[in-house]
Design a protein around this ligand. Sequence first.
Ligand code: CO8
Length: 260
Amino acid sequence: MSFDNLLLERDGAIAIITINRPKVLNALNAATLEELQRVVHDLGRDDSVRVVILTGAGEKSFVAGADINELAGLTPVSGREHARAGQRVFDSIERLGKPVIAAVNGYALGGGCELAMACTLRLAADTARFGQPEIALGVLPGYGGTQRLPRLVGRSKALEMMLTGAPITSDEAQRVGLVTRVVPAADLMAEARALARQLAAAAPLAMRYIVSAVNAGSQMPFAEACEHEAALFGLAAATDDMREGTRAFLDKRKPRFEGR
Ligand code: CO8
Protein backbone atom coordinates (compact mmCIF):
# COMPACT_ATOMS: atom_id res chain seq x y z
CA MET A 1 0.00 0.00 0.00
CA SER A 2 1.47 3.40 -0.90
CA PHE A 3 0.03 6.78 0.03
CA ASP A 4 0.70 10.46 -0.61
CA ASN A 5 -0.95 11.75 2.56
CA LEU A 6 -0.63 8.92 5.07
CA LEU A 7 2.15 6.93 6.69
CA LEU A 8 1.48 3.31 7.60
CA GLU A 9 3.66 1.44 10.08
CA ARG A 10 3.36 -2.11 11.44
CA ASP A 11 4.46 -3.14 14.93
CA GLY A 12 3.47 -6.80 15.28
CA ALA A 13 -0.31 -6.95 15.52
CA ILE A 14 -0.56 -3.15 15.69
CA ALA A 15 -0.94 -0.89 12.64
CA ILE A 16 -0.16 2.81 13.02
CA ILE A 17 -1.72 5.26 10.57
CA THR A 18 -0.30 8.80 10.58
CA ILE A 19 -2.15 11.56 8.73
CA ASN A 20 0.80 13.22 7.05
CA ARG A 21 0.09 16.75 5.79
CA PRO A 22 1.96 18.71 8.47
CA LYS A 23 2.22 21.89 6.34
CA VAL A 24 -1.56 22.33 6.68
CA LEU A 25 -1.72 20.83 10.18
CA ASN A 26 -2.91 17.51 8.67
CA ALA A 27 -6.13 19.00 7.30
CA LEU A 28 -8.29 16.40 5.55
CA ASN A 29 -8.67 16.95 1.83
CA ALA A 30 -10.61 14.58 -0.45
CA ALA A 31 -7.46 12.69 -1.44
CA THR A 32 -6.55 12.04 2.20
CA LEU A 33 -10.05 10.83 2.99
CA GLU A 34 -9.91 8.49 -0.01
CA GLU A 35 -6.58 7.07 1.20
CA LEU A 36 -7.95 6.72 4.70
CA GLN A 37 -10.91 4.76 3.34
CA ARG A 38 -8.54 2.47 1.43
CA VAL A 39 -6.20 1.78 4.34
CA VAL A 40 -9.05 1.21 6.79
CA HIS A 41 -10.66 -1.24 4.37
CA ASP A 42 -7.40 -3.17 3.96
CA LEU A 43 -6.55 -3.23 7.67
CA GLY A 44 -10.07 -4.41 8.44
CA ARG A 45 -9.55 -7.46 6.22
CA ASP A 46 -6.06 -8.23 7.53
CA ASP A 47 -6.46 -10.75 10.35
CA SER A 48 -2.87 -10.22 11.46
CA VAL A 49 -3.81 -6.65 12.51
CA ARG A 50 -5.60 -6.63 15.86
CA VAL A 51 -5.44 -2.95 16.82
CA VAL A 52 -5.01 0.30 14.88
CA ILE A 53 -3.53 3.56 16.19
CA LEU A 54 -4.41 6.77 14.35
CA THR A 55 -2.35 9.93 14.87
CA GLY A 56 -1.16 13.08 13.12
CA ALA A 57 2.30 13.99 11.80
CA GLY A 58 4.32 16.58 13.71
CA GLU A 59 3.91 17.83 17.23
CA LYS A 60 1.33 20.52 16.64
CA SER A 61 -1.71 18.87 15.17
CA PHE A 62 -3.69 15.65 15.08
CA VAL A 63 -6.01 16.97 12.34
CA ALA A 64 -6.99 20.65 12.07
CA GLY A 65 -10.25 19.80 10.29
CA ALA A 66 -11.45 19.51 6.74
CA ASP A 67 -9.19 21.30 4.24
CA ILE A 68 -10.65 24.81 4.12
CA ASN A 69 -9.23 25.36 0.61
CA GLU A 70 -11.57 22.63 -0.65
CA LEU A 71 -14.39 23.63 1.68
CA ALA A 72 -14.45 27.16 0.23
CA GLY A 73 -15.38 25.87 -3.25
CA LEU A 74 -18.22 23.54 -2.29
CA THR A 75 -21.68 23.90 -3.81
CA PRO A 76 -24.91 22.64 -2.21
CA VAL A 77 -24.65 19.40 -4.16
CA SER A 78 -20.91 18.79 -3.72
CA GLY A 79 -21.10 19.90 -0.07
CA ARG A 80 -23.66 17.22 0.69
CA GLU A 81 -21.68 14.62 -1.27
CA HIS A 82 -18.43 15.51 0.53
CA ALA A 83 -20.15 15.31 3.89
CA ARG A 84 -21.64 11.90 3.04
CA ALA A 85 -18.31 10.62 1.68
CA GLY A 86 -16.49 11.70 4.86
CA GLN A 87 -19.23 10.21 7.02
CA ARG A 88 -18.80 6.88 5.24
CA VAL A 89 -15.05 6.88 5.97
CA PHE A 90 -15.64 7.71 9.63
CA ASP A 91 -18.40 5.09 9.90
CA SER A 92 -16.02 2.47 8.52
CA ILE A 93 -13.50 3.41 11.24
CA GLU A 94 -16.19 3.11 13.91
CA ARG A 95 -17.29 -0.26 12.51
CA LEU A 96 -13.86 -1.63 11.68
CA GLY A 97 -14.39 -4.64 13.92
CA LYS A 98 -11.13 -4.03 15.77
CA PRO A 99 -10.22 -1.23 18.16
CA VAL A 100 -8.91 2.03 16.72
CA ILE A 101 -7.05 4.22 19.22
CA ALA A 102 -6.86 7.93 18.40
CA ALA A 103 -3.53 9.23 19.73
CA VAL A 104 -4.40 12.92 19.70
CA ASN A 105 -1.08 14.74 19.53
CA GLY A 106 -2.29 18.32 19.02
CA TYR A 107 -5.19 20.18 17.43
CA ALA A 108 -8.26 17.99 16.90
CA LEU A 109 -10.55 20.59 15.38
CA GLY A 110 -13.64 20.29 13.20
CA GLY A 111 -13.24 17.15 11.09
CA GLY A 112 -10.24 16.27 13.29
CA CYS A 113 -12.37 16.14 16.42
CA GLU A 114 -14.97 14.19 14.41
CA LEU A 115 -12.29 11.74 13.28
CA ALA A 116 -11.10 11.20 16.86
CA MET A 117 -14.72 10.62 17.94
CA ALA A 118 -15.16 7.91 15.30
CA CYS A 119 -12.28 6.00 16.90
CA THR A 120 -12.95 3.43 19.61
CA LEU A 121 -10.79 5.09 22.30
CA ARG A 122 -9.05 8.45 22.55
CA LEU A 123 -5.73 9.17 24.29
CA ALA A 124 -4.68 12.82 24.32
CA ALA A 125 -1.39 14.63 24.77
CA ASP A 126 -1.63 17.27 27.49
CA THR A 127 -0.97 19.82 24.74
CA ALA A 128 -3.91 18.75 22.55
CA ARG A 129 -6.96 20.93 21.91
CA PHE A 130 -10.42 19.75 20.88
CA GLY A 131 -13.13 21.79 19.23
CA GLN A 132 -15.79 22.18 16.58
CA PRO A 133 -15.00 25.63 15.13
CA GLU A 134 -17.13 25.22 11.97
CA ILE A 135 -19.50 27.95 13.15
CA ALA A 136 -16.74 30.52 12.53
CA LEU A 137 -16.72 29.45 8.87
CA GLY A 138 -20.49 29.65 8.56
CA VAL A 139 -20.94 25.88 8.42
CA LEU A 140 -21.53 23.02 10.82
CA PRO A 141 -19.80 19.75 11.65
CA GLY A 142 -20.50 17.49 8.66
CA TYR A 143 -18.62 14.28 9.40
CA GLY A 144 -21.01 13.01 12.07
CA GLY A 145 -19.94 15.50 14.75
CA THR A 146 -23.42 16.81 15.52
CA GLN A 147 -24.35 13.22 16.42
CA ARG A 148 -21.22 11.75 18.01
CA LEU A 149 -20.32 14.76 20.19
CA PRO A 150 -23.60 14.89 22.17
CA ARG A 151 -23.50 11.10 22.56
CA LEU A 152 -20.04 11.38 24.12
CA VAL A 153 -20.27 14.55 26.20
CA GLY A 154 -24.02 15.20 26.53
CA ARG A 155 -26.19 17.73 24.68
CA SER A 156 -25.35 20.80 26.76
CA LYS A 157 -21.60 20.62 26.41
CA ALA A 158 -21.86 19.55 22.76
CA LEU A 159 -24.10 22.49 21.92
CA GLU A 160 -21.82 24.89 23.78
CA MET A 161 -18.79 23.60 21.86
CA MET A 162 -20.54 23.70 18.48
CA LEU A 163 -22.29 27.05 18.94
CA THR A 164 -19.30 28.94 20.38
CA GLY A 165 -16.67 27.08 18.35
CA ALA A 166 -14.29 27.56 21.30
CA PRO A 167 -11.70 24.79 21.76
CA ILE A 168 -11.23 22.92 25.02
CA THR A 169 -8.06 21.60 26.63
CA SER A 170 -7.22 17.92 27.00
CA ASP A 171 -7.97 18.09 30.71
CA GLU A 172 -11.44 19.46 30.04
CA ALA A 173 -11.92 16.90 27.26
CA GLN A 174 -11.20 14.20 29.81
CA ARG A 175 -13.53 15.75 32.40
CA VAL A 176 -16.42 15.79 29.93
CA GLY A 177 -15.76 12.25 28.68
CA LEU A 178 -14.39 13.08 25.25
CA VAL A 179 -11.03 11.40 25.91
CA THR A 180 -10.22 8.45 28.10
CA ARG A 181 -6.78 9.55 29.27
CA VAL A 182 -4.41 12.53 29.10
CA VAL A 183 -0.67 11.89 29.08
CA PRO A 184 2.44 14.07 28.72
CA ALA A 185 2.95 14.81 25.02
CA ALA A 186 6.34 13.08 25.00
CA ASP A 187 4.76 9.84 26.26
CA LEU A 188 1.73 9.79 23.97
CA MET A 189 2.86 7.24 21.38
CA ALA A 190 4.48 4.95 23.99
CA GLU A 191 1.22 5.00 25.96
CA ALA A 192 -0.83 4.38 22.81
CA ARG A 193 1.37 1.42 21.86
CA ALA A 194 1.16 0.01 25.39
CA LEU A 195 -2.64 0.23 25.31
CA ALA A 196 -2.66 -1.27 21.81
CA ARG A 197 -0.49 -4.20 22.95
CA GLN A 198 -2.86 -4.83 25.86
CA LEU A 199 -5.86 -4.84 23.50
CA ALA A 200 -4.01 -6.96 20.93
CA ALA A 201 -3.65 -9.73 23.53
CA ALA A 202 -7.40 -9.76 24.29
CA ALA A 203 -9.98 -11.96 22.55
CA PRO A 204 -10.57 -10.24 19.17
CA LEU A 205 -14.09 -11.55 18.53
CA ALA A 206 -15.34 -10.70 22.02
CA MET A 207 -13.83 -7.24 21.59
CA ARG A 208 -15.63 -6.80 18.26
CA TYR A 209 -18.92 -7.88 19.85
CA ILE A 210 -18.47 -5.46 22.78
CA VAL A 211 -17.96 -2.52 20.42
CA SER A 212 -20.95 -3.60 18.34
CA ALA A 213 -23.13 -4.05 21.44
CA VAL A 214 -22.23 -0.54 22.62
CA ASN A 215 -22.40 1.26 19.26
CA ALA A 216 -25.35 -0.49 17.62
CA GLY A 217 -27.10 -0.85 20.99
CA SER A 218 -27.00 2.90 21.57
CA GLN A 219 -29.24 3.35 18.50
CA MET A 220 -31.84 0.86 19.74
CA PRO A 221 -34.56 0.79 22.38
CA PHE A 222 -33.19 -0.79 25.60
CA ALA A 223 -35.02 -4.11 25.24
CA GLU A 224 -33.92 -4.52 21.62
CA ALA A 225 -30.35 -3.60 22.55
CA CYS A 226 -30.38 -6.31 25.23
CA GLU A 227 -31.61 -8.82 22.62
CA HIS A 228 -28.68 -7.75 20.43
CA GLU A 229 -26.32 -8.17 23.39
CA ALA A 230 -27.67 -11.66 24.10
CA ALA A 231 -27.30 -12.69 20.45
CA LEU A 232 -23.69 -11.48 20.47
CA PHE A 233 -23.12 -13.34 23.74
CA GLY A 234 -24.39 -16.49 22.04
CA LEU A 235 -21.94 -15.93 19.20
CA ALA A 236 -19.09 -15.43 21.68
CA ALA A 237 -20.06 -18.69 23.37
CA ALA A 238 -19.49 -20.45 20.03
CA THR A 239 -15.87 -19.30 19.71
CA ASP A 240 -12.67 -21.22 20.39
CA ASP A 241 -11.54 -18.10 22.24
CA MET A 242 -14.32 -18.56 24.80
CA ARG A 243 -13.22 -22.15 25.40
CA GLU A 244 -9.58 -21.05 25.62
CA GLY A 245 -10.35 -18.13 27.98
CA THR A 246 -12.40 -20.18 30.40
CA ARG A 247 -10.01 -23.17 30.28
CA ALA A 248 -6.99 -20.92 30.87
CA PHE A 249 -8.69 -19.42 33.93
CA LEU A 250 -9.41 -22.86 35.36
CA ASP A 251 -5.87 -24.07 34.52
CA LYS A 252 -4.43 -20.92 36.17
CA ARG A 253 -2.49 -19.87 33.04
CA LYS A 254 -2.57 -16.98 30.57
CA PRO A 255 -4.97 -17.47 27.64
CA ARG A 256 -3.83 -17.37 24.01
CA PHE A 257 -6.61 -15.98 21.86
CA GLU A 258 -6.65 -16.75 18.13
CA GLY A 259 -9.73 -14.84 17.05
CA ARG A 260 -11.66 -18.00 16.15
N1 CO8 B 1 -7.51 23.64 6.15
C1 CO8 B 1 -6.54 24.10 5.36
N2 CO8 B 1 -5.38 24.66 5.83
C2 CO8 B 1 -5.23 24.71 7.16
C3 CO8 B 1 -6.22 24.24 8.06
C4 CO8 B 1 -7.41 23.68 7.50
N3 CO8 B 1 -8.38 23.17 8.26
N4 CO8 B 1 -5.79 24.46 9.31
C5 CO8 B 1 -4.57 25.03 9.20
N5 CO8 B 1 -4.22 25.19 7.91
C6 CO8 B 1 -3.00 25.76 7.37
C7 CO8 B 1 -2.94 27.28 7.54
O1 CO8 B 1 -3.66 27.93 6.51
C8 CO8 B 1 -1.46 27.53 7.48
O2 CO8 B 1 -1.05 27.52 6.13
P1 CO8 B 1 0.09 28.59 5.63
O3 CO8 B 1 1.33 28.19 6.38
O4 CO8 B 1 0.16 28.33 4.16
O5 CO8 B 1 -0.43 29.94 6.03
C9 CO8 B 1 -0.86 26.28 8.15
O6 CO8 B 1 -1.89 25.30 8.12
C10 CO8 B 1 -0.48 26.52 9.61
O7 CO8 B 1 -1.63 27.04 10.27
P2 CO8 B 1 -1.62 28.42 11.10
O8 CO8 B 1 -0.54 29.34 10.59
O9 CO8 B 1 -3.02 28.95 11.12
O10 CO8 B 1 -1.19 27.87 12.55
P3 CO8 B 1 -1.53 28.52 13.95
O11 CO8 B 1 -0.68 27.82 14.94
O12 CO8 B 1 -1.43 30.01 13.88
O13 CO8 B 1 -3.07 28.15 14.21
C11 CO8 B 1 -5.01 26.69 14.21
C12 CO8 B 1 -3.45 26.81 14.36
C13 CO8 B 1 -5.65 27.39 15.42
C14 CO8 B 1 -5.33 25.21 14.23
C15 CO8 B 1 -5.44 27.36 12.89
O14 CO8 B 1 -4.65 26.86 11.85
C16 CO8 B 1 -6.88 27.12 12.56
O15 CO8 B 1 -7.75 27.76 13.13
N6 CO8 B 1 -7.16 26.21 11.58
C17 CO8 B 1 -8.49 25.96 11.10
C18 CO8 B 1 -9.27 25.10 12.09
C19 CO8 B 1 -10.68 24.90 11.61
O16 CO8 B 1 -11.44 25.83 11.43
N7 CO8 B 1 -11.05 23.63 11.39
C20 CO8 B 1 -12.39 23.28 10.95
C21 CO8 B 1 -12.43 23.21 9.47
S1 CO8 B 1 -14.07 22.94 8.87
C22 CO8 B 1 -14.36 21.28 9.13
O17 CO8 B 1 -13.53 20.58 9.65
C23 CO8 B 1 -15.69 20.77 8.67
C24 CO8 B 1 -15.77 19.23 8.69
C25 CO8 B 1 -17.01 18.75 7.97
C26 CO8 B 1 -16.92 18.99 6.48
C27 CO8 B 1 -18.04 18.29 5.75
C28 CO8 B 1 -18.15 18.61 4.25
C29 CO8 B 1 -16.86 18.71 3.47
